[in-house]
Unconditional design. Structure first.
Length: 128
């Protein structure tokens, strides 16, 4: 019985080790190339119009980052946002947590803290 208890973890470890390989399987990138951003298709620039009359432009800013420009007419704000956990769609948040962009299909939600400390949230739609 003791031999069985000792062999079971060893067998499980060997089975897991057999699943891990240094070679890249067809259809998957190696971790090194994925982290370096190789073979990554940049996201197209997208423009949104929002309920509060803001416009939002979302551009690719590297792996797991977007650059967001938002505002009205001549009063525009810029932020570079990092990818964050999302239950659905794509969500990006600034390092200071004052600006966030959540997008799914053609809809988006912009949340930001204005220069006076007011938190504002508005819904947006992909411009046609």
């Amino acid at each position: 019985m003791k031999t069985l208890k000792m062999l079971l973890p060893l067998t499980a470890a060997l089975a897991l080790a057999a699943c891990v390989s240094g070679e890249t399987r067809q259809g998957f990138e190696s971790n090194d190339s994925a982290q370096a951003g190789y073979n990554r298709t940049p996201r197209p620039t997208q423009m949104f119009t929002c309920r509060n009359a803001f416009t939002v432009t979302v551009k690719d800013a590297g792996t797991d980052r977007v650059a967001v420009e938002y505002g009205l007419n001549d009063r525009k704000y810029n932020a570079v946002l990092d990818i964050a956990v999302s239950g659905s769609g794509e969500r990006y948040v600034s390092a200071d947590k004052k600006t966030s962009w959540h997008q799914k299909a053609g809809d988006g939600i912009l949340s930001f803290t204005d220069p006076y400390g007011n938190v504002t949230e508005t819904t947006c739609r992909l411009a046609s």
